[in-house]
Design a protein around this ligand. Structure first.
Ligand SMILES: *[C@@H]1O[C@H](CO)[C@@H](O)[C@H](O)[C@H]1NC(C)=O
Ligand SMILES: *[C@@H]1O[C@H](CO)[C@@H](O)[C@H](O)[C@H]1NC(C)=O
Ligand SMILES: *[C@@H]1O[C@H](CO)[C@@H](O)[C@H](O)[C@H]1NC(C)=O
Length: 195
């Protein structure tokens, strides 16, 4: 019983710490969370930053997208650096774009976030892309997926049709064979009787 309680306490202790502890790959000092120059990819980003973060450095990494809601709870944040990454300006950056637009005009450090891809957007500043431009990339992505699934459906239907034809051909042949077999046995029986 004591052991169970201890395990539970331990688990909750670790979980509770998870949100306020310094994220892996970063260094923290009094609200300043520095994760710059760490070759961080988007998959390596923590699920949360400490709630008391006032300054966040994410510049000079390999980030392509930012998870939805990642910066929402950081109410004390007054500076964030995001330049020098591999931002891919498609659907995946709609959250960051919307977040940037909501920030006060005085916060200059986030102005120079430029896109690395798609090719047509290379070098453009995320803050000054129109929503239509970003949405266009999403549109193409969905179209490709829809087209791919349509092609898959066609292939499946074709394979199913071929299987159906094969089954019918086999049934027909089986029927013919069994009819012949039956006739052969009744012929044998007839000749037995005659002899
Ligand atoms: C942040 O971390 C990087 C890499 O460890 C280091 O080069 C840089 O000086 C740090 N910046 C600040 C302001 O502490
Ligand atoms: C922000 O806070 C809300 C409510 O406390 C919580 O449900 C949500 O998971 C938090 N989001 C992040 C990214 O920390
Ligand atoms: C982006 O802005 C920051 C802060 O103003 C600055 O330190 C950095 O050199 C700028 N980077 C580029 C690529 O312009």
């Amino acid at each position: 019983m004591d052991l169970l309680l201890f395990c539970l306490l331990f688990l909750f202790g670790v979980r509770g710490q998870g949100s306020s502890a310094c994220p892996p790959h970063c260094s923290c000092h009094q609200g300043h969370v520095n994760c710059s120059h760490k070759s961080l990819t988007s998959a390596m980003l923590p699920a949360h930053f400490p709630p008391g973060t006032t300054q966040l450095n994410l510049h000079s990494n390999l980030l392509t997208t930012l998870p939805n809601g990642l910066l929402d709870n950081l109410t004390h944040l007054h500076s964030v650096s995001l330049h020098g990454n591999l931002w891919s300006c498609d659907c995946g950056l709609l959250y960051l774009r919307a977040w940037l637009i909501r920030q006060p005009k005085g916060l200059l450090s986030h102005r120079n976030i430029s896109c690395s891809s798609p090719p047509g957007m290379r070098g453009r500043l995320l803050l000054y892309l129109t929503e239509e431009e970003v949405l266009e990339s999403c549109h193409y992505w969905y179209c490709d997926l829809a087209l791919a699934s349509q092609i898959c459906l066609c292939v499946f239907a074709l394979v199913q049709g071929l299987l159906l034809v094969a089954v019918i051909v086999f049934l027909k042949r089986f029927e013919k064979l069994s009819r012949e077999a039956k006739r052969a046995t009744s012929d044998d029986a007839m000749s037995d009787v005659l002899e």
